[in-house]
Design a protein around this ligand. Sequence first.
Ligand SMILES: Cc1cc2nc3c(=O)[nH]c(=O)nc-3n(C[C@H](O)[C@H](O)[C@H](O)COP(=O)(O)O)c2cc1C
Length: 345
Amino acid sequence: MSKDTINDRKIEHLNIVDKTHGIDREKAYFDLIHLQHRALPEIDYSTVDPSLSFMGKRLSFPLLISSMTGGENDLIEKINKNLALAAQATNVAMAVGSQRVMFNNPKARKSFHIRQYAPDTLLFSNLGAIQLNYELNSNSCKEAIDVVGADGIFLHLNPLQEVIQPEGNTNFRGLSKKIGNVVRELDSNVIIKEVGSGMSCADIELLISQNVKYIDVSGSGGTSWSRIEHFRQPENNGDTLGITFEDWGIPTPESLIQLYKYRDKVTPMGSGGLRNGIDMVKAVILGASLCGIASPFLRPAMNSYEEVIEVIERFKLEFKTAMFLVGIENFKTLLGNHSLVSNTQ
Ligand SMILES: Cc1cc2nc3c(=O)[nH]c(=O)nc-3n(C[C@H](O)[C@H](O)[C@H](O)COP(=O)(O)O)c2cc1C
């Protein structure tokens, strides 16, 4: 695919997410989970500590600014710079968007040079796993990690998006083995994620059979890639497939509950429709070591890193408050603590 097609697509995605109504499905699936409120928490709020260690780095709380963008464009460079500056200032993790564009357009690399803005915190690269069946391989993954100076790489799975996209790559045959090759050939952390449709037990088992150690379910309820791709085709000839499938997938809490069964073999992570610190606390209770949030950061990152910090600080305050109200003082005792859910006992 030409360099301009991939680069232009990145800009179209940002515009659609920023300006089109209903891309965030706002399903609030986490609201269906009720926590055991403690009227007598028996702890001191001032000692509640949401910090954790993940992949050898200390984070102030379990937030990951999830993969969004990259490409040859001033606004895209500004977004990644603002996200990285804010991640460093608040000590949270950040992932860049797909780096496929940099293999077709060398000028796009600059947008991924974010280690200079975030020297200490956890940073991740990103590529579409499907490209392992087309134009990319383990060496491309290594290069992507080097360009970011990343602590690991997210490989995303997006079969729904690829089907809705007119130019999509839809041959997923044998992909799990290719993912296994990357895991074997890279001496870095490899995390497999969806992009908003979740993962089934069959997927998780296939990934575990390929020695994958980290999975981010990225379930449904938030950003809908089906809807985004629908709106990328202004003519779309009456084609409503992207709308029909806009809510397709496994809600994030359900997908996390499934993933938790495999926690001995794989470290669970969660994203997709998390919209505040309470959702994050619920995701951690369901077993997620890290909570990814994407679209709520897009508009603030277009404006300034201070606005990104404001959003992060709000999530952190909400997270700490929810911890206090379930009577939990530290991250370790929150993680996977299903006894804190009141309506599944
Ligand atoms: C503007 C935008 C661009 C995205 N680009 C990527 C990407 O390049 N790679 C990827 O793995 N996920 C990408 N995602 C998906 C997110 O990382 C995340 O999995 C998904 O949006 C669900 O989270 P949310 O509901 O908090 O937005 C993108 C999301 C948004 C909003």
